[in-house]
Ligand binder design. Structure first.
Ligand code: C2E
Ligand code: MN
Ligand code: MN
Length: 402
């Protein structure tokens, strides 16, 4: 057995009952679980508010994980979200193989019986309290789900490849599923022999890379302009270093825009959060000059890098693109949900549009649109398409894809 399997863990999940549960039903869950828990040294607590379950499983890591997988298959509940998982050095519910408590449904108020000694300053108490006071009830009800419909269908488009060039671009749409339209296209660099950005860019160093990155944008803008309609914008990626490579990047980009017939307001520069160095004044000055011409700036891959929140504290982008690492599997993951809700709240408070990247499944989309995300990019809608836009055929009715 590996060391990690022996670590003591607490796994917390939230789920929604599929049928009405009486006190007796709840007691039955408890009595059914106790023999297994005793044998496997599992302890914990189960809260129920008439609609949602909130359970803590305590035990050896591998046993807890296996039990959670088993619990997920139980048809008496649905919308199962792993709220969190903690390594602990001692149990919080040591005496309780499984303690079930009903949380008063009306008041959502939570009290701990006196025989349950839990440190009120500790994290477990705070977690239970967060459930009892109304959090973790953010999933889609069946009736809400049935009322969801969305439809975006656009035909595939393609253009001739850019002549005499080793470098080409693929385009991927960013979709507003509330408005039902493609709001922008992101240009992603490719080589004519099918290489991806990493392979193309990583073999270049410093100045050489910045020069190449800027020069390639002539192709991205010329090709993008052929695919774009006047209400859409074009997103291009630039290394932060490229922003300061020329004395006036804005002037250079405006020249390219002019040649292609696009307006500066239609261009969004995506800069990856990971690469932005906060202390780099020259970068932020370049950003200001570019913006003064009407060009917009997006923070790309937000949440994947180091700059993080302090970047947002000092710098207000025109768009935030939340990284795929944060949103993959969001419908089942409490940490990702809480982070995304916080970022969305910030974006709404500041009036900054939020795009969620890497949406691959309908379940992820359903959860995200339920909390109010409007704009999405991901394989669920369309994959990047070389010198063109893939067909978009996104039809949801009654919460199911057609
Ligand atoms: P990015 O700007 O975040 O672009 C999105 C990347 O995610 C693209 O990968 C796209 O194919 C991929 N993607 C989109 N939807 C999904 C999805 O649902 N699931 C998954 N698994 N992936 C999805 P790609 O084209 O390989 O680009 C990788 C990165 O390379 C880009 O990430 C961007 O940071 C960089 N890049 C692309 N073109 C350029 C460029 O012209 N200049 C610079 N400096 N960087 C570029
Ligand atoms: Mn990007
Ligand atoms: Mn990105």
């Amino acid at each position: 057995m590996s060391g990690a399997a022996l670590v003591l863990k607490q796994l917390v999940y939230r789920s929604k009952a599929t049928a009405k549960f009486s006190e007796d039903d709840l007691l039955k869950i408890t009595s059914d679980s106790i023999p297994f828990n005793r044998e496997n040294n599992i302890t914990g607590i189960l809260l129920f508010d008439g609609e949602y379950f909130f359970q803590v499983l305590e035990g050896k890591s591998d046993v807890v994980h296996a039990l959670y997988e088993h619990i997920k298959g139980d048809s008496r509940h649905t919308n199962i979200v792993k709220v969190t998982e903690l390594v602990v050095h001692k149990r919080d519910f040591g005496e309780w193989l499984l303690r079930a408590l009903t949380v008063n449904e009306g008041s959502r108020c939570y009290w701990l019986p006196p025989d349950l000694t839990l440190n009120r300053e500790g994290r477990m108490f705070a977690l239970l309290n967060s459930f009892a006071s109304g959090r973790w009830r953010n999933c889609l009800s069946d009736s809400e789900r049935k009322s969801i419909s969305a439809k975006i269908t656009t035909a595939a488009t393609s253009i001739a490849q850019f002549e005499n060039s080793h470098i080409q671009f693929a385009f991927q749409p960013i979709i507003d599923t509330f408005k039902g339209k493609i709001t922008s296209l992101e240009a992603l660099i490719r080589s004519d022999d099918g290489e991806f950005p990493e392979a193309i860019l990583d073999c270049l160093d410093g100045e050489e890379k910045y020069k190449f990155d800027l020069e390639s944008k002539a192709i991205a803008i010329a090709q993008g302009a052929k695919l774009l309609n006047p209400s859409q914008s074009l997103s291009i990626n630039l290394c932060p270093g490229a922003m300061t490579y020329l004395p006036d990047v804005g002037e250079y980009l405006c020249k390219l825009l002019g040649e292609s017939g696009l307006k500066p307001e239609q261009l969004v520069l995506e800069v990856t959060e990971t690469e932005i160095i906060k202390e780099n004044d020259a970068f932020f000055e370049a950003v200001e000059r570019v913006r003064s011409r009407g060009i917009k700036i997006a923070i790309d891959d937000f949440g994947a890098g180091y700059a993080g929140l302090s970047l947002l504290a000092d710098f207000s982008p025109d768009k935030i693109k939340l990284d795929r690492k944060i949103t993959t599997g969001i419908h089942e993951n409490g940490h990702r949900q809480a982070i995304t809700e916080a970022v969305l709240e910030f974006a709404n408070a500041m009036g900054i549009p939020l795009v969620v990247e890497g949406v691959e499944t309908i379940e992820e989309w359903l959860w995200l649109q339920h909390i109010g995300v409007q704009r999405f990019q991901g394989f669920l809608f369309a994959k990047p398409c070389l010198n063109g836009i893939a067909e978009v055929k996104f039809k949801v009715d009654g919460g199911e894809t057609l």
